[in-house]
Design a protein around this ligand. Structure first.
Ligand SMILES: Cc1cc2nc3c(=O)[nH]c(=O)nc-3n(C[C@H](O)[C@H](O)[C@H](O)COP(=O)(O)OP(=O)(O)OC[C@H]3O[C@@H](n4cnc5c(N)ncnc54)[C@H](O)[C@@H]3O)c2cc1C
Length: 398
C-alpha cells in the first residue's frame, strides 16, 4: 500500500485546496471522502455557478467567537490569489450586479463544474490521490495517525480534518470532525444552522403562506447587525438574502426588526402623500413602493379599522404610527429551517485550540480547516474564501 505524509478527511473546498498546496510542496497526500463524488457543495453552490469568492473579503464578513482568528489565513491566501488561479485556468467569471445589497460576489460565467474541474486538475498535477466512498470511522494516534475507514486502514504522519459541518447532510455534511476534535481534547462550541430561512407559527405563518413567492427589498436588523437585501415570503416563513444573512446573527426567542421602506423617511412620505393625494387610500400609494399584495396584507395587520379612510381623514399621529410599523416591523421567528436547508454551520471547533497561522491543533500533526472550525462567512462567497484560505494555511505547514 502507498504511504502518505498526509491524509485529509473530506474532499470539499477546503480539503482540495489543502491537498493542492501540500502536494505542490512535495508532500504525498491522500484525500478520503465518504461521498460517491467529491466537491458536491461546490457543484450545488451559487445556483450552479459557484460564488467562489468576494472582492470585499475582509475579517468583518465572518462570524466567530474569536473574530481575529481568520485574519492571518485570509491575509496569506486572499481573494486575489484565488482569482489568479481561476484566471490561469481561463474560467470566465462575473461580478453580480446589485443596487444596494451585497457587492463583490464573483460567479462562474458558465458552471460551478469548472471550479471543481480546476481543483481536481491542480490536485492531479500536485500528485494528490483521492478516494471516494471511503468513510473514516475512527482515528488513533501513535507514531502517526491511523484511520479506520470503510476501505480499510490508512496511515500518515499528519492528519487534516476537512469534513465540513452539519448543513445539508445529503451533500456530505457530517459531525465526524467535531467528534474527532473532542477525542483529541479540543473544545467544541455549540453548532447551529446559519444562512437559513426562518419559519413562523400562527398568524404570521398564514400571512407568509398567502404572500408566498413575493419578494421585496428590506433592511433586517437583529442585535447590532443589519442587512439591506431582498426578502422572500415562503409557505413556511421568510427567506431571501437578507433573511439568510440575519439568520446567522439570530438566537431563538429574539425578534428581528424589518424596515420595508429602506432609505426612505416613512413619516415624511406618508404625510406628503396625504397632502398630495388626499382622496387616495393608503394601501394604493403604499402599493407603489411595495408589492400590492403585501400592502393589502399590511393594511389588515396594522390598520384594519382605518381600511376605508381617505388619506385626508387620517390624523397625522396615526400616520406616524403606521410609518413606524412599516419601518420597524417586529417579527419573532418560531425557528429556522435547520440543517436541512442551511448553507452553513455556525460554531464548531473552538479556534482557541488552533494556530491561526497553520490551523494545527495542540496535538502535533493534527489540523482542522474549513467549515468544521468556528469561522462562518456571511452570504456572498466568503465561505469558499475561508475554505481556500484555511486550506492553504494548513497546506503550507504540512
Ligand atoms: C446549497 C449550498 C450552496 C452554497 N453556496 C455557496 C456559495 O455560492 N459561496 C460560498 O462561499 N459558500 C457557499 N456555500 C457554503 C460552502 O459550500 C461551504 O462553506 C464549503 O463547501 C465548506 O467547505 P468544506 O471543505 O469545509 O466542507 P464540505 O464542502 O462540506 O466538505 C466536507 C467533505 O467531507 C466529507 N466527509 C464528511 N465526513 C466524512 C468522513 N467521516 N469520512 C470521509 N469523508 C467525510 C463530505 O462527504 C464532504 O465532501 C453553500 C453551501 C450550500 C449547502
Amino acid at each position: 500500500m502507498a504511504t502518505y505524509d498526509t491524509i485529509i478527511i473530506g474532499a470539499g473546498a477546503a480539503g482540495l485546496m489543502c491537498a493542492i498546496t501540500a502536494g505542490q510542496r512535495g508532500r504525498r497526500v491522500l484525500i478520503l471522502d465518504r461521498s460517491n463524488k467529491v466537491g458536491k457543495k461546490i457543484l450545488m453552490s451559487g445556483g450552479g455557478r459557484c460564488n467562489f469568492t468576494n472582492l470585499q473579503t475582509s475579517p468583518d464578513h465572518f462570524v466567530s467567537a474569536n473574530p481575529h482568528f481568520c485574519k492571518s489565513a485570509l491575509s496569506r491566501y486572499t481573494q486575489w490569489d484565488f482569482i489568479d488561479l481561476v484566471e490561469r485556468h481561463r474560467i470566465e467569471y462575473f461580478e453580480k450586479q446589485t443596487i444596494n445589497g451585497l457587492s463583490g460576489q464573483l460567479f462562474c460565467q458558465q458552471s460551478s463544474k469548472q471550479i471543481l474541474a480546476m481543483l481536481l486538475d491542480e490536485c492531479s498535477r500536485a500528485g494528490a490521490d483521492i478516494r471516494t466512498r471511503c468513510e473514516t470511522t475512527s482515528v488513533t494516534h501513535k507514531d502517526g495517525y491511523h484511520l479506520q475507514t470503510s476501505q480499510g486502514l490508512f496511515s500518515a504522519q499528519t492528519l487534516v480534518v476537512a469534513s465540513g459541518g452539519l448543513s445539508i447532510p445529503s451533500l456530505g455534511g457530517s459531525g465526524f470532525g467535531y467528534q474527532l476534535a473532542e477525542q483529541f481534547g479540543l473544545h467544541r462550541l455549540p453548532t447551529t444552522a446559519g444562512l437559513v430561512p426562518f419559519t413562523f407559527s400562527g398568524a404570521m405563518k398564514d400571512l407568509c403562506g398567502r404572500l408566498s413567492g413575493i419578494s421585496c427589498e428590506a433592511v433586517l436588523s437583529c442585535q447590532k447587525s443589519s442587512f439591506r437585501e431582498d426578502i422572500l415570503f415562503t409557505h413556511r416563513g421568510l427567506s431571501g438574502p437578507a433573511v439568510l444573512q440575519i439568520s446567522s446573527y439570530w438566537k431563538p426567542g429574539e425578534t428581528i426588526s424589518v424596515n420595508l421602506l429602506p432609505g426612505l423617511d416613512a413619516k415624511r412620505l406618508l404625510k406628503a402623500w396625504k397632502r398630495k393625494h388626499p382622496r387616495a387610500m393608503l394601501r394604493k400609494l403604499l402599493g407603489t413602493k411595495l408589492p400590492k399584495k403585501l400592502a393589502w396584507e399590511l393594511e389588515s395587520l396594522h390598520w384594519p379599522g382605518q381600511r376605508e379612510l381617505l388619506l385626508a381623514e387620517w390624523p397625522d399621529r396615526q400616520l406616524e404610527s403606521v410609518a413606524e410599523q412599516l419601518q420597524a416591523w417586529e417579527l419573532k421567528p418560531a425557528a429556522t429551517e435547520g440543517y436541512r436547508t442551511a448553507e452553513v454551520t455556525l460554531g464548531g471547533v473552538d479556534t482557541r485550540d488552533l494556530s491561526s497561522r497553520t490551523m494545527e491543533s495542540g496535538t502535533p500533526g493534527l489540523f482542522f480547516i474549513g467549515e468544521v472550525i468556528d469561522v462562518t462567512g456571511q452570504l456572498g462567497g466568503f465561505n469558499f474564501q475561508w475554505a481556500w484560505s484555511s486550506g492553504y494555511a494548513a497546506g503550507q505547514a504540512l
